[in-house]
Ligand binder design. Structure first.
Ligand code: G
Ligand code: G
Ligand code: MN
Ligand code: NA
Length: 254
């Protein structure tokens, strides 16, 4: 309860900030998207990572308001970069279970997008399997509404949940993000090194794009390119960065 109050105070005191981590087209090596990742700039404790407060926010309605701020801020930033003439990229936004279940979610998102004057096609929403678990039919309905205005959907942390293949089959998704644990496996000398390749082929057979998460080495990059993986994200390319540093990166033409 105290945490909920702290989170609401942080929101009204504008203590949250978005970092952005580039998504790379593995064939061209160019940035084609950015994942928005929230941080809490606490006046006393300094920067707090999302893993330390998002789970608490998800336990209350605070996640609805924080989540709405994230969407608003990401869209505002996207519009600003567009007006500056920077190369066009899409922005990926993480959605929590509670947000997806919230009745107003599609109206809210469409309202923000219209208010900011951006194209829905430049937004992608990341959900995890547990997000859809609560109410599959409602989740599918909401995701289809977002897709009807050109927004795209990614299944995040793919392979780590209880029923990844079931969700891959049932949810209207455009992309899966292979969890970094499978990316780490691809350079091992065990059978598990084939899991990433198998996921990539499976997704492609279903017309789903694949992003590999947590790419840290040139060797992983090389193997994933050989596996025909579409996009990649990880420290090899860039860690999550504040907006000013992303600007420099986009201006440098990378
Ligand atoms: O930035 P970092 O790698 O520490 O993020 C850790 C996790 O926090 C991410 O995997 C993501 O699921 C979650 N996260 C980051 N930003 C947001 C956000 O804006 N909303 C939600 N719901 N989760 C987020
Ligand atoms: O939404 P999701 O939980 O997938 O967020 C991605 C998380 O993974 C963030 O916390 C981000 O900081 C982290 N991350 C991004 N790139 C790398 C990487 O190359 N290696 C590792 N270990 N973590 C990464
Ligand atoms: Mn994510
Ligand atoms: Na992930």
């Amino acid at each position: 309860l105290d945490m909920e109050k702290d989170l609401r105070n942080a929101l009204s005191n504008k203590e949250f900030i978005l970092y952005y981590q580039p998504l790379i087209n593995l064939k061209t090596g160019k940035i084609i998207g950015l994942e928005a990742l929230i941080r809490w700039l606490h006046p006393k404790k300094g920067m707090i990572a999302p893993n330390e407060f998002i789970p608490f926010a998800e336990g209350s309605s605070a996640i609805i308001d924080i989540g709405e701020w994230v969407i608003h801020e990401a869209c505002r930033q996207l519009k600003q970069w567009y007006d500056m003439g920077l190369p066009q990229v899409y922005i990926a936004i993480n959605l929590s279970a509670r947000q997806l279940r919230h009745q107003d979610i599609t109206d809210k998102i469409i309202h923000i997008v219209n208010e900011m004057g951006i194209d829905g096609g430049n937004l992608l929403f990341e959900i995890t399997e547990n997000v859809a678990m609560h109410d599959l039919r409602q989740s599918i309905h909401t995701l289809n509404m977002l897709k009807s205005v050109n927004m795209r959907i990614a299944l995040d942390d793919f392979g780590t949940g209880y029923s990844s293949l079931n969700y891959l089959k049932k949810l209207p998704i455009d992309m899966i993000k292979i969890d970094k644990s499978f990316v780490q496996d691809i350079t091992k000398h065990h059978d598990e090194k084939f899991i990433a390749k198998t996921i990539i082929d499976l997704a492609h057979n279903m017309d789903v794009i694949v992003t590999a998460e947590g790419i840290e080495t040139e060797n992983q990059y090389k193997i994933l390119r050989e596996y025909d993986c579409d996009l990649g994200q990880g420290y090899l390319f860039s860690k999550p960065l504040p907006a000013e540093e992303i600007e420099e990166l986009l201006l440098s033409g990378k």
